[in-house]
Design a binder for this molecule. Structure first.
Ligand code: ATP
Ligand code: SF4
Ligand code: MG
Length: 318
């Protein structure tokens, strides 16, 4: 059985004047149809870099150093030019934190959605018919097509961005904190919308969030990143019931009430400088269980039980 999304050994560096930032290193993960993958981890852990890489959209001075990203068996990183443009939108597409990064302020939103469709070879008539349909599917009325972005509320704008992202029925929808700019009630409405799209179309959702309650409520899988690496990854159930990695445990332990809590802003110690990440396990300077081996040798991400992976020497037979 083939996964819809299969990320293999993805490594992304930023080549800055002040050094090479190891933002994402040897990341592998999969998502199936209808999976809702929540990516969590503190600021600077490489979450955004990872999801931009999924669309081969890492901005300079970033570069994908190695890896593969298969969507429906097609490696996004081996595509270029027209083929890559066509894959974005029809295989995998993205909703950004701030809809203004995707919406042009001086053009009607309907024209902007139609343009995406026309670029993918759909006739003008068909494209405009689809615009009405897709606007309704995100809970907006058809005549929103005639509006300019500034005439819409933040929530409406994010709905328009989602409409543009799903207009071509991609297999995977990626979202980088899509609701942080919105108030709490609208946040919930947008998350409900994303969930409804997932269930009605079977799209896989990859979502970055700082909100543990959201991850617990909505996700089917949780990916925990630390310093550019996945330290733990598995079904939501297994991560919540049996967090294995000391970092995941610290995150969960510092949440007083998982039902309503947020990911803590920080845990003791400072996040590492990714120009010169710690040797061995990158978490070792902050880990209460670290041993000599942890300081010297990096633990692989290994399976532990069903649908549960962890990168920690505590779980590897030496
Ligand atoms: P946040 O939660 O704050 O959004 P993040 O987990 O999304 O953080 P990234 O934005 O992916 O983290 O950053 C990972 C590392 O790459 C950080 O050290 C960051 O400083 C660096 N980085 C990100 N974007 C760039 C860039 N355009 N140029 C140089 N370095 C970058
Ligand atoms: Fe801690 Fe060692 Fe596990 Fe890293 S490998 S999390 S340092 S015990
Ligand atoms: Mg980010």
């Amino acid at each position: 059985q083939q996964n819809v999304l299969n990320v293999v050994d993805l490594t992304v560096y930023y080549y800055t004047k002040r050094g090479v930032i190891h933002a994402v290193e040897d990341v592998s993960l999969t998502a199936d149809k209808m999976d809702f993958v929540a990516i969590v981890g503190e600021s600077g852990s490489g979450k955004s870099t990872l999801v931009y890489a999924l669309l081969n959209l890492v901005p300079p001075p970033g570069r994908i150093v190695k890896g593969s990203i298969f969507v429906d068996g097609i490696d996004i990183l081996r595509l270029s030019g027209d083929k890559l443009r066509r894959a974005r939108g029809s295989l995998i597409s993205m909703v950004f934190q701030d809809p203004f990064t995707t919406l042009d302020p001086i053009r009607r939103v309907g024209d902007q959605i139609a343009e995406v469709l026309i670029e993918h070879g759909i006739s003008k008539d068909e494209a405009y018919a689809r615009v009405g349909e897709v606007l309704e599917s995100v809970g907006l009325s058809r005549n929103i097509a005639n509006a300019y972005p500034h005439q819409l509320s933040g929530g409406q704008r994010q709905r328009v961005s989602i409409a543009a992202a799903i207009a071509l029925n991609p297999r995977v929808l990626v979202a980088d904190e899509p609701t942080t700019a919105l108030d709490v009630i609208v946040q919930k409405q947008i998350m409900d919308l994303i969930d409804r799209i997932r269930l009605s179309t079977g799209m896989s959702i990859i979502l970055i969030t700082h909100d543990i309650a959201l991850a617990v409520e909505r996700a089917t899988k949780i990916v925990v990143m630390y310093a550019g690496k996945i330290v733990e990854y598995g079904s939501k159930q297994s991560i919540i019931e049996e967090p294995l990695h000391p970092y995941t445990q610290a995150l969960l332990a510092s949440v007083p009430d998982i039902e309503s809590g947020k990911w803590p802003k920080s845990i003791p110690g400072t996040p590492p400088d990714l120009r010169n990440p710690p040797t061995g396990c990158r978490f070792h300077p902050r880990c209460p269980y670290s041993s000599d081996l942890c300081r010297i040798k990096q633990p692989d991400l290994v399976g532990y039980g069903k649908n549960h992976y962890v990168s920690c020497w505590l779980y590897i037979r030496k």
